[in-house]
Design a binder for this molecule. Structure first.
Ligand SMILES: Cc1ncc(C[n+]2csc(CCOP(=O)(O)OP(=O)(O)O)c2C)c(N)n1
Ligand SMILES: [Mg+2]
Length: 337
């Protein structure tokens, strides 16, 4: 049944982690702002006809993306992020100039200019994926986790997938395999209510996607994906469990895709009331208010960070646009037939 969105429904207070320091909190909010400003910059570039491929913004998803990846050990763990997870790339140390070359398809792009939507891997940063075909990344992530287990390396693999992607066969095969083999894998389903223009009522009939975990024989939980410290604590507990041999887990984060599937999509099919409901739950605005209220940052500091980060985006764009496109022959490299 279509959920009703009551605009007067109070927004619940944010969860407070006992594991995070105030320095962590400042780092987390900066990563969230960086993700948002990157998306804003990409949206502008798309309008100017300068972005290549689709621009899949993660506006509304920053708490899930940053909170989940921050829960990993960035010196040894591995991520396989989906197409709406730019925040994770920043948490794992992605270089802004390199990302701009990738997204603007300039010389120096890790995809050699053949793709502008983030389908790159960077093993040095332990970022794998994203694989375009929905759910195709799941068996690869499970396989990576199996290899780590066989080599007795104490690493954990985190992968993310959409509500839509979680209905593809490979998702189930990989979850089942991961549970049977007890591999160190944490799977986050980013349930942002839509798969392209399909609303979630038309995607699946169960109440919670995490209910499927019982069928795999692993733990599963559904949480508010706009609450960054809740995402952090939840994922971290499963990361620790996986690291100590407990096997995989499934976390469903409830968020809202605040823009179209990509920027070519005007998302006219999304009820405006639904967007207004979720605007009040904006993960960044809420977390900023929480940090200011607790005296962890000041409003002035936040304003300065927004301005500094937005400026870093435009500077990186200017540097990328000075570069030529890769030579045309690059399009034929790695083409077998
Ligand atoms: C197997 C497969 N089918 C279709 C597509 C085209 N496609 C790309 S993203 C997408 C929607 C994905 O929705 P969801 O998994 O909910 O992720 P979201 O974009 O909402 O974050 C579709 C249909 C694809 N990439 N792979
Ligand atoms: Mg979705």
């Amino acid at each position: 049944m279509m959920q009703q969105y009551d605009l007067d429904e109070p927004v619940p207070p944010l969860h407070v982690s006992e594991l995070l320091s105030d320095d962590d909190r400042r780092a987390i909010v900066r990563f969230m702002i960086t993700a948002r400003e990157f998306d804003n910059a990409m949206i502008r570039l798309y309008r100017q006809g300068r972005a290549f491929g689709g621009v899949y913004s993660q506006i509304g998803n920053e708490a899930t993306s940053v909170g989940a990846s921050y829960a990993l050990d960035r010196t040894r763990d591995v991520i396989f992020p989906m197409h709406r997870d730019i925040g994770m790339h920043f948490v794992f140390g992605a270089d802004l100039d390199q990302l701009m070359l990738n997204f603007l398809a300039r010389q120096g792009s890790q995809m050699r200019g053949t793709d502008g939507t983030g389908h790159y891997a960077d093993p040095r940063l332990r970022i794998y994926g994203n694989i375009s075909h929905l759910a195709a990344m799941m068996p690869v992530a499970a396989g990576y986790a199996l290899a780590a287990k066989m080599k007795r390396e104490p690493i954990v693999v985190l992968t993310t997938i959409g509500d839509g992607g979680s209905n593809v066969g490979e998702f189930h095969e990989a979850m089942n395999f991961a549970a049977v083999q007890r591999v160190p894998l944490v799977v986050v389903i980013e349930n942002n209510q839509y798969a392209y223009s399909t609303p979630r009522e038309l995607e699946y009939a169960c109440e919670r996607l995490s209910d499927r975990a019982i069928g795999y024989g692993c733990p599963g939980v559904t949480i508010d994906g706009t609450d960054v410290e809740l995402v952090y604590d939840t994922v971290r507990s499963y990361v620790e469990r996986a690291r100590s041999g407990g096997g995989p887990a499934l976390v469903e984060t409830i968020t809202m895709r605040m823009r179209g599937h990509a920027e070519h999509d005007d998302f006219r099919y999304v009820p405006r009331q639904m967007l207004q409901y979720w605007e009040k739950r904006d993960p960044i605005a809420r977390y900023e208010a929480f940090l200011v209220e607790r005296g962890i940052v000041t409003r002035d500091e936040l304003d300065r960070w927004h301005a500094e980060i937005a400026r870093a985006m435009t500077d990186a764009i200017d540097r990328a646009l000075e570069r030529p496109f890769p030579p045309a022959e690059e399009a034929f490299r790695n083409v077998f037939v």
